[in-house]
Design a protein around this ligand. Structure first.
Ligand code: ZN
Length: 79
């Protein structure tokens, strides 16, 4: 199962969710920062999410100027 990470918009604390994709939406609803109890958490994309590239693009892919890693297949930068 993938690990989803969320960064608190208020204090910058990282919360981790360990669940399937379907469970994720339910857990996001009740997710809150363990430090400041804020419910404003932004997802942090990690390499773990590469397998679900239709829905989520890893953060580092966004920052790539030339797409050497995808060797000509579809991606956000070399489409
Ligand atoms: Zn917080």
């Amino acid at each position: 199962m993938p690990i989803y990470k969320y960064k608190c918009a208020k204090c910058g604390n990282i919360e981790e969710l360990f669940c399937s994709y379907n469970q994720r939406k339910e857990k996001e609803k009740i997710l809150e920062c363990s430090k400041c109890n804020s419910v404003k958490l932004n997802p942090v994309f990690t390499k773990v999410l590469v397998s679900s590239k239709e829905r989520e693009i890893p953060e580092e892919h966004f920052n790539e100027d030339d797409c050497s890693s995808c060797s000509g297949s579809k991606c956000n930068t070399c489409y």
